[in-house]
Design a protein around this ligand. Structure first.
Ligand SMILES: C[S@@+](CC[C@H](N)C(=O)[O-])C[C@H]1O[C@@H](n2cnc3c(N)ncnc32)[C@H](O)[C@@H]1O
Length: 215
């Protein structure tokens, strides 16, 4: 069978982000520009649009976010307009300050966001149960294999898990990539492939993976 030619040639992804993604308000462009100048990684705009779609479809009341960054992904989830309650975890104090400013400016009065300054793995290792309808993960990739195990164990049955960067910029494909984060993402995929949880891969941006918690 003839293989399809990849659409991700040259700068086509930039074209998608620049011209095709529909940003709910001007705050998104503002954060994108700030992220570039401050050299802080954020979710890709196209992934943000898909994240918003998943939130609208799943309609969670409560969300746990792991890796607040600048609050860009938080704002995509809030742009669903749902009366969400989001707890977002981040270890970097400056990120928390920046994200807090952006979120306060753009969230709806019916939406509540709490930012927690913690080390995610250290914090979650101590939890027996976490009561959230959806969890969005976008922190250090080295944490992903252990986070997958912990979250599938402590989140409620029927809740949803979304991991960003599951393609790890294509580095999961090549055996010669052996940085700790490469090995962690390969281990993450091995764990995903042996667990029987229903899942959907969204090949957008650096890859979004949606998993259902099911016991
Ligand atoms: C890719 S950025 C998150 C971007 C964010 N989702 C957005 O779209 O604005 C990853 C963030 O996770 C934080 N982080 C990474 N590992 C962490 C950990 N183990 N505990 C707490 N924060 C962590 C980093 O400080 C960084 O701000």
């Amino acid at each position: 069978m003839k293989k399809f030619k990849s659409i991700f040639i040259d700068s086509f992804e930039d074209f998608i982000h620049e011209n095709l993604v529909s940003r709910p308000h001007e705050g998104f462009r503002e954060i994108e520009e700030y992220a570039i100048s401050a050299r802080i990684p954020i979710l890709s705009p196209a992934s943000g649009e898909v994240l918003k779609y998943i939130v609208e479809k799943e309609s969670p009341a409560t969300i746990l976010e792991l890796g607040t960054g600048l609050g860009y992904s938080t704002l995509w989830m809030l742009s669903s307009g749902l009366p969400l309650k989001i707890s977002s975890m981040e270890r970097n104090q400056k990120c928390i300050q920046d994200a807090g400013r952006f979120i306060e400016r753009y969230k709806l009065p019916s939406q509540k966001v709490e930012l927690h300054e913690v080390h995610i793995l250290r914090h979650l290792r101590e939890q027996k149960h976490l009561d959230f309808d959806l969890c969005f993960v976008d922190c250090d990739k080295i944490c992903y294999p252990e986070l997958l195990e912990i979250l599938l164990r402590i989140l409620p049955d029927g809740s949803k898990l979304i991991f960003d960067n599951v393609f790890w910029h294509g580095r999961i494909q090549d055996e010669s990539n052996d940085r700790p984060s490469d090995l962690a993402m390969k281990e993450f995929w091995q764990k995903v492939q042996v667990c029987s949880n229903p899942r959907t891969l969204f090949p957008v941006g650096d890859g979004l993976l949606l998993l259902s918690v099911q016991r």
